[in-house]
Design a protein around this ligand. Structure first.
Ligand SMILES: NC(=O)c1ccc[n+]([C@@H]2O[C@H](COP(=O)([O-])OP(=O)(O)OC[C@H]3O[C@@H](n4cnc5c(N)ncnc54)[C@H](O)[C@@H]3O)[C@@H](O)[C@H]2O)c1
Length: 250
């Protein structure tokens, strides 16, 4: 493993599980010091400094920012906004609570974390933000109205922040994973009547014929966060097995 992130300070939200945990481990393995913000420590234990944080709550994020500043001596180089939740259903089926809960985490949560950590990022070395968006933003998926809208907003916010932060020298990028084999998807499959059949359907939906892996998404995030990727800002990198861009012959 290289030491490409040696000496860099990173915050990863949603670091207790799935993609966030994988990114945190990858950055730490390459020399970064990592603060993991999550509702639960999960499997982050031993990777870095765990900071309990609910990104949907203003006071919680403010307190977490204070902890991060203390842990990192007042500066931050890498912020990975990855915490996210989903909701199932069409716009007719979605409840007002679904809209509030999902946007509170996926959109407002990201904006809140950025706002509180921006003073640290401007003191960082080649600072960079990477947001975990979703293939649900660029393509229409059935029964994912609220989630898709939240990720579309996050994708737009990513570009808007990239423009706003040019003068701060903070790069802002995002990844759009396809369906990834994480505890999130494993939980969803377990709730169905036919988990194996549903998994096969999800695999077939992706042109590569399998689910995306969490390490593949982490690798893409680490590329965007890499200190050599200095000309890459305002980019949304697809890690979706071709789902958004390829059509298979029938
Ligand atoms: N798994 C997929 O198929 C897939 C596809 C595209 C995008 N994504 C996105 O990837 C990101 C990570 O998803 P995952 O599959 O690793 O899921 P996951 O459920 O395995 O991990 C998500 C983590 O976020 C944390 N979290 C949730 N709400 C939070 C809050 N309010 N404050 C702080 N932490 C919170 C959870 O505790 C959990 O540790 C999400 O933003 C998700 O939308 C996932």
């Amino acid at each position: 493993m290289s030491a490409d992130f040696q000496g860099l300070r990173a915050v990863v939200t949603g670091a207790g599980s799935g993609i966030g945990l994988e990114v945190a481990q990858l950055l730490a393995a390459q020399g970064a010091t990592v603060c993991g913000l999550d509702l639960n420590e999960g499997n982050f234990t031993g990777v870095g400094t765990y900071v309990a944080c609910d990104v949907s709550q203003e006071t919680s994020v403010a307190a977490a920012a204070t902890e991060v500043a203390a842990a990192f001596g007042g500066g931050l180089d890498i912020l990975i906004n990855n915490a996210g939740i989903g909701a199932i259903g069409s716009v007719v089926e979605a409840s007002p609570e679904d809209w509030e809960k999902v946007f509170a985490v996926n959109v407002f949560g990201t904006a809140r974390v950025v706002r509180h950590l921006h003073p640290l990022l401007v003191k960082g070395t080649n600072p960079v933000i990477v947001n975990t968006c979703s293939v649900a933003a660029p393509i229409g998926l059935p029964k994912r109205a609220v989630y898709s809208a939240s990720k579309g907003a996050l994708e737009s916010l990513t570009r808007a922040m990239a423009a706003d932060f040019l003068d701060d020298n903070i790069r802002v990028n995002g990844v759009n994973p396809g369906t990834a084999d994480t505890p999130w998807v494993q939980r969803l499959l377990a709730q169905t009547d036919d988990p194996a059949g549903e998994r096969a359907r999800l695999e077939a939906r992706q042109p590569i014929g399998r689910l995306v892996s969490a390490p593949e998404v982490a690798h893409a995030i680490s590329y965007l966060a890499h200190p050599k990727s200095l000309s890459t800002t305002g980019t949304i990198l697809a890690v979706d097995g071709g789902m958004a861009s390829l059509r298979l012959p029938r």
